[in-house]
Design a protein around this ligand. Structure first.
Ligand SMILES: [Zn+2]
Length: 437
């Protein structure tokens, strides 16, 4: 008799544990354009191990899209958040245009609270892959509407209020819709300042802190929040009800600094992202039922940690005073004397007459990146492109289930593992063929 009872109790225990397992929280942090070398560059220049690097389990993933080995952020976000490959530029839709349900939408239906915190417009490719479904990532007016009407995301922090307001109110919408008002009617608290962010107390909050993207962290005004502050607040709001939650955090601008081949910008944006990882990790350690996953959506710039000669001038790099965008806002290349002295003051580098003449011939629209590549190479960092590359990216994991994030995987494996670990779905994923090139 006792044996039967014990068996019954152990079955109850299994059921109980399964229910507990259902409530696993997920914090999914994505460094846009961040791969191994962006992380190591920041680590070298900081002179310390980044928090991201301390997570106990690591994997490597491929990032290719449905139609190219070199993905853009739209299919990369779709792969990371839904488990399916799609065409470059497509968000949350299959190559034939049919919508794909993201794991955030599945989680929402499963009783989760959903949040996102980014330093770009909340309608940009990566955050839009949480809730959006469009064939062309540029269709951000539609994405804003999808965000507002779907109600998928309970906590939305980032930039881009112009995409939510009609032209009559200083926005960009020509359909006359005021999506901020619409979201207020749906129960969202709207905030657009740091004070508003800090004091927000509702369960659903829309926080848009810039007309477009937030400023780069290197030159961000004190009126705009940092990513770690937004992450802290998002976790506070999402966790207070006791219901499980899924939060996506993006270091959105690592990618843009890498597009510009700006080592200083990559350094600072990666550190800002890592600060958000620290917030997530501390929460997870305290909570005990939160899985933290950190990855990049693809590599940008073909960054290499040498330009030859078996050295990087770390001491020189650490003394840099800002991005080349900041430099060019203060120095005009046509004023040779000041420009040359400025490069010495800001980056400690000397420029020859021939090098100056080469830069002088660059069109004004390309000067920022050409100067950034020039400065990078003087310091000892190399770049192969202004675009993305097919390089694999690291995945770091901490918390319940983290041990499954090991080995060489594909980016689509991450959301599949999340669904398995949260018990949210038993979908059998059909095999979608890899890029044909
Ligand atoms: Zn990207």
């Amino acid at each position: 008799m006792f044996g039967v009872r014990a068996k019954f109790l152990s079955i109850l225990l299994v059921i109980f544990l399964s229910v507990v397992a259902l409530s696993l929280n997920i914090i999914y942090l994505v460094g846009d354009g961040m791969s191994f070398n962006q992380l190591l560059l920041a680590s070298i220049l900081e002179g310390r191990v980044l928090t991201t690097m301390t997570l106990p389990y690591t994997a490597i993933t491929t990032t290719y899209s449905y139609d190219s080995w070199v993905t853009d952020s739209a299919p990369a976000g779709t792969a990371l958040f839904s488990g399916f490959k799609t065409l470059n530029r497509a968000i949350g839709v299959f190559p034939n245009g049919e919508p794909i349900t993201s794991i955030f939408e599945i989680a929402k239906n499963g009783g989760y609270k959903i949040g996102l915190a980014v330093t770009c417009r909340v309608t940009h490719a990566t955050p839009a892959s949480v809730y959006g479904h469009v064939s062309n990532r540029d269709d951000e007016l539609t994405l804003a509407k999808q965000l507002a009407e779907s109600g998928t995301v309970d906590v939305v922090f980032g930039g881009g209020w112009q995409w939510f307001l009609p032209t009559a109110n200083g926005g960009r919408r020509t359909d006359g819709m005021n999506l901020i008002e619409l979201m207020k009617q749906k129960g969202y608290e709207y905030v657009n300042s740091i004070d508003g962010l800090k004091s927000a107390s509702s369960d659903k909050v829309l926080g848009l802190f810039a007309a477009s993207h937030l400023e780069p962290v290197s030159s961000r005004p004190s009126s705009q929040p940092t990513l770690d502050l937004m992450t802290t607040k998002a976790l506070e709001i999402l966790s207070k009800s006791g219901e499980p939650f899924m939060l996506m955090v993006e270091g959105s601008q690592i990618d843009w600094e890498a597009h510009s081949n700006d080592f200083y910008g990559v350094w600072k944006e990666t550190v800002e992202f890592d600060n958000a990882v620290k917030v997530a990790l501390e929460f997870a350690k305290k909570d005990g039922n939160t899985l933290v996953i950190v990855t990049g959506d693809h590599e940008t710039g073909g960054l290499s940690l040498s330009k030859g000669g078996y050295s990087v001038n770390v001491e020189l790099a650490r003394k840099a005073k800002g991005t080349t965008q900041m430099f060019l806002s203060q120095y005009n290349i046509s004023d040779k004397e000041k420009f040359v002295q400025g490069l010495k003051d800001w980056y400690g580098i000397s420029i020859s007459d021939a090098e100056y003449e080469t830069l002088r011939k660059v069109s004004s629209s390309n000067l920022r990146r050409e100067l950034a590549r020039f400065v990078s190479e003087k310091v000892g960092f190399g770049w192969t492109t202004w675009d993305h590359t097919a390089a694999p990216v690291p995945v770091y994991a901490f918390g319940p289930g983290a041990q499954y994030f090991v080995g060489f995987m594909d980016n689509t494996d991450i959301p599949k593992l999340i669904l398995k670990l949260t018990g949210l779905s038993t979908i059998k994923f059909p095999v979608v063929s890899a890029a044909g090139n």
